[in-house]
Ligand binder design. Sequence first.
Ligand code: NDP
Length: 328
Amino acid sequence: MSFKALLADKAGDAISASIVDFDEKDLMAGDVTVAVEYSTVNYKDGMALTGAAPIIQTFPLIAGVDFAGVVEASSYPGIQVGDRVVANSWGLSQTHHGGYAQKARVSGDWLVKLPGNISTKDAMALGTAGYTAMLCVLALEHGGLTPERGDILVTGANGGVGSIAIALLSKLGYRVVASTGRPEEADYLRTLGAAEIIDRKTLSEPGGPIASERWAGAVDSVGSHTLANVLAQTTYRGVVTACGLAQGLDLPATVLPFILRNVTLAGIDSVNAPQAVRLEAWRRLAIDLDIEKLARTVTMVGLSDVAALAPKILKGEVQGRTVVDVNA
Ligand code: NDP
C-alpha cells in the first residue's frame, strides 16, 4: 500500500523535496505504525529542508520532525490500535522517516499518548516548539521561579517557542515581557498574554558584561548577543533557559552574571529528552495551556506547501505555529 510523503533527497550539496507515493513496505523498522493526521513546520524543519544545517543524515528521507495521529498497528506494550499519539524529534527527519507523510512507523519508545483534551491537531499546533516551550517553563520552575519574583522575558516572541511560552507563562500568572523584531504584531502578542512588548534591537547588539537587574527569568530562543544581554540583565538568583539560535549560535558573555548574581543558565534539549520528561511536559501542556489561545497561533497548510515555508521560517517570516494537514 502506498501513501503520500514529502521525500527529501540530495544531489551534491543541494537538497530537494518532492511529494511522492511512498510504499509502506519501505518504511523503517518500528513496533508501532501510525496513521498520521497532522504534522507541523518547526525552525528545525526549515534547516533540514534547506540544508542550512545538516539535520537529515541519510537520503532519501521523509522529512518532518513531528507528527500526531492514530495507532494503526502496535506490538509495543501499552500502546493499542486506536490510541492517539504524538512523536517529537528523536531520530525523525535525521536518521528515520519523519512526519511529512500519511503514515509513520517508529519505536513505541518515541510515542507519547495524548492527554484527553489535546487533539492530534492541537498536538501539532504545539509540536516540538510548544513542547520545548513547556520544557523551558519546567526548567524555570525547577530553578525556583514563581510569578512573585518579577518579570519574565520571552525572546523570539512571534516564533513558535516564543508564542507558546508567552501563553503558558501568562496563564501561570507571570508578568510576561515579549521581545520581538515585529512590533506591528503587538496585538497578537498581547492576545497571547504579553503584558509589555520591547524591540529586540534593545537586546541584539553587543552589551556590557553586567547591567541593571531587569528579568527574574527568561525563555530565550535567540542566543548570541541577545542571550548574553539577557544574562547580564537577570536579577539575583534568576533563571534563564536557552533553547535556540535564531540570532546565532555564539554566546559572547562573561561569567559575571553567574558569580555575582547567582544566575542559572538552563540548557534545553527537546530531541533526546527522556520519556519521563516528555510525559510530564505533555501532562502540563494539557493543564497549563489555554487551547483557545493556541488556536490563534495556527496557520493550516497542506503537504505541498511545506517546502516553500522552509526558507521563510529561517528568515523569521513565519508567525506562530504552522500545522500541516497531511491528508489535505
Ligand atoms: P521560529 O522561526 O518560529 O521563531 C524564531 C523567532 O526568533 C522569530 O519568529 C523571530 O521572532 C526571532 N528571530 C528570528 N531571527 C532573529 C534574529 N536574527 N535575531 C533575533 N531574533 C530573531 O522558530 P521556533 O520558535 O520553532 O524555534 C526557535 C529557536 O529554538 C530555533 O533556533 C530552533 O532551532 C530552536 N529550537 C530548539 C529546540 C531544542 O530542543 N533546543 C526545540 C525547538 C526549537 P520575532 O519576529 O518576534 O523577533
